[in-house]
Design a protein around this ligand. Sequence first.
Ligand code: ADP
Length: 176
Amino acid sequence: MHVQRNGIAVECLQGDIARQKDMEAVVNAANAELMMGGGVAGALHRAAGPELAEAGAPMAPIQPGEAVTTEAFNLPNDYVIHCLGPVYGRDRPEEELLRACYRNALKRAEEHRIQSIAFPSISTGAFGYPVEAAASAAVKEVYEQSRHLKSVQAIRFVLFSQEDLKRYETAWQHLV
Ligand code: ADP
């Protein structure tokens, strides 16, 4: 799916967040310690190499909703923006914390004059956030922020499964 929203190119596709060659920044669904972990963090740390954890260590721990930036090392990108999503049922208010991840990631991207950024589905793996609700929150926040973006021109959601891709596409369709 490709759409244009407030002058920003928005795309949803099925894929691996560690293989987004044409994006300047990729977002990590990080853990508080900014360490390896499973899912998205595992894929990104494996592809980036051990320097990624070394670069994150001085900034750890981060809080739910927060986003911090590092280099991307052996990844095909320039930056990794690490977000800590809320653990569903523990970190509250969960929707606001999840939206803060997307808002703060875009803020970091603007600070670094980044033009293109790829997001995974933050919090919907190990952190247990139901995908439909997470997709709706993510899409609303990105849409609201898209009005204010100056350097970011392209935003991509990279979903691991066909089902999750459908849910994010549906969330974009329901927005308008
Ligand atoms: P969290 O801890 O924030 O829940 P996870 O990494 O466990 O983050 O999962 C977030 C989502 O990313 C899940 O929907 C999971 O299926 C998906 N995912 C896992 N690995 C990848 C990958 N390599 N690329 C894109 N998405 C992935």
